[in-house]
Design a protein around this ligand. Structure first.
Ligand code: URA
Length: 214
């Protein structure tokens, strides 16, 4: 674990100076990620927002507070999970990530996964889900359905979940989020034998409500 910590810190220092895309011109700082380097559970969000850009830590705004609550409901805390984003720098005005920005940034995420080696990667919302699943299927269709994928050189359990911001816009989404979070402990415990639950996707929700409240 010490070696992982040192490697992750060295990588964070390297990424802190990244100028691969135009977001480096407007960011306050790179938001690398936070959590223990040996976390079994990694959350992947979309991009830093205003508060994350200022503090240099992911999910510290309103969506982050809801993430903390959802974790508390399954008996977990932020200290136990590693949290990252698809983009490491804030898009101006919290606009959606652009394709070229995702392409420029994605190897940072893949290397983080390689170093941390989580057993479960929970993608929050469409951008992270589509990138890591390699499929165009949207979050409304695939949330709550785990699948084994090869990421960062090893097999991980990919578990798509709605972005917490979705429930800030559409309160009925909270029940869907809670139901999907409720399966996380089991997924972390039985990663070798899980099978997708085709009926585990409750109410349809509008994918366009995912974004913006960062
Ligand atoms: N804050 C983050 O760090 N990421 C998101 O996707 C939303 C809010």
């Amino acid at each position: 674990m010490l070696a992982d910590t040192a490697l992750l810190e060295a990588f964070a220092a390297e990424v802190a100076g990244c100028t691969r895309c135009v977001l480096s011109e407007t960011r306050t700082q790179v938001v690398f990620g936070s959590g223990p380097p040996d976390a079994a559970l990694m959350f992947v969000g979309e991009a830093p927002g205003f508060h994350e850009d200022k503090r240099g830590v992911p999910f510290v705004g309103a969506a982050g507070k809801l993430l903390d609550k959802l974790l508390a409901e399954i008996g977990m805390t932020r200290d136990q999970v590693y949290v990252v984003n698809v983009l490491k720098c804030r898009p101006p005005g919290n606009r959606d990530p652009k394709v070229d920005e995702i392409e420029a940034c994605q190897s940072h995420l893949f290397h983080q996964i390689e170093l941390i080696q989580p057993t479960v990667v929970a993608t929050l919302g469409n951008f992270a889900t589509k990138l890591l699943s390699g499929s165009p299927e949207g979050i409304t269709k695939v949330h709550g359905q785990e699948q084994h994928v090869d990421l960062g050189g090893s097999s991980v359990l990919l578990y798509p979940i709605f972005h917490p911001a979705a429930a800030l816009y559409t309160p009925r989404m909270l029940d869907v989020l809670k139901a999907d979070f409720a399966r996380l402990p089991a997924l972390l415990g039985v990663t070798g034998s899980v099978t997708p639950l085709p009926d585990a996707a409750p109410a349809a929700a509008d994918e366009t409500t995912q974004l913006g409240l960062f």
